[in-house]
Design a protein around this ligand. Structure first.
Ligand SMILES: [Zn+2]
Length: 267
């Protein structure tokens, strides 16, 4: 199936038609969409971090170049957060070809979890609490892969069952932060999570910028990346109880916002 014929969400599609064409827990379908897409992007390197069970863990990379900021985006470490993988695919279908940034994309970090609609891997492990443990095969392979680069921004895409709107973790906190400027700049249809406390942390306008008491063990991906591989680590979350179409669209729009931020900085 050519993705451009069957899967690409054209701008005027209705949400129902878009959803009919997307199979968020069908990993072979997701990987085929990425392979089809990659064939049409000059200079995009395609590879695999490792194979876990029947699934490859793919990466897509367009090399850094002078004056071209480097963006890292990952999705799917939690397999029960489908809008993350779909939103990244949606963004890539529309915008990767003409993206002004170097990119490293890891769209399917836990393929078994995605296939089973599970937060965990096949052994019941929450991989996003293991990024300081290279004995985990995925984390060891990821460590070797990311070690080659520095990224101007890293963006980890997630969803949250407790959220009442979209929100973002931003490290380090700055004023005004990147997430706050994206949310202020004509943010789309999905409401922001405006609670003063989210996930036990102080939040302002849908942005959490933890400044202290960061965990030092059982690290999530975003914390492992921060400082070591990037000066700016973002984790974007959409609320799982909202419609899948709106959540995927919000994920796509947030990636767009980050690209705009990076483009503005390099202009
Ligand atoms: Zn998650």
């Amino acid at each position: 199936m050519k993705m451009s014929d069957q899967a690409s969400p054209a701008p005027k599609e209705t949400s129902a038609l878009w959803l009919q064409r997307h199979r968020s827990h069908d990993v072979p379908w997701l990987l085929q969409c990425w392979q089809d897409l990659a064939r049409n992007i000059p200079g995009l390197t395609v590879g695999s971090l490792l194979k876990i069970g029947e699934f490859e863990v793919p990466y897509f990379r367009r090399s850094p170049a002078p004056n071209r900021p480097h963006l890292y985006v990952s999705a799917g470490i939690h397999g029960d957060e489908p809008a993350a993988s779909l939103g990244l695919l949606w963004w890539a279908e529309e915008s990767l070809l003409n993206c002004p940034c170097a990119v490293t994309l890891l769209p399917c970090l836990n393929p078994w979890g995605i296939s089973q609609n599970s937060r965990y891997d096949a052994y019941g492990t929450d991989l996003n609490r293991c990024f300081d443990d290279p004995r985990q095969p995925l984390i060891g392979a990821w460590d070797r892969f990311v070690d080659r680069d520095r990224y101007d921004v890293t963006l980890c895409l997630h969803e949250d069952y407790d959220a009442v709107g979209a929100y973002c973790y931003e490290l380090p906190g700055s004023d005004p932060g990147v997430a706050a400027s994206i949310f202020a700049d004509g943010w789309g249809d999905l409401p922001l999570d405006m609670r003063p406390e989210i996930d036990g942390m102080v939040a302002h306008g849908g942005v959490i910028s933890p400044r202290s008491n960061l965990p030092t063990t059982e690290l999530p991906e975003a914390l492992r990346l921060f400082g070591r591989h990037t000066p700016l680590s973002l984790t974007f979350e959409t609320p799982s109880e909202f419609g899948l179409y709106e959540r995927a669209k919000a994920q796509r729009d947030f990636i767009r916002g980050v690209i705009q931020h990076l483009s503005g900085k390099s202009a």
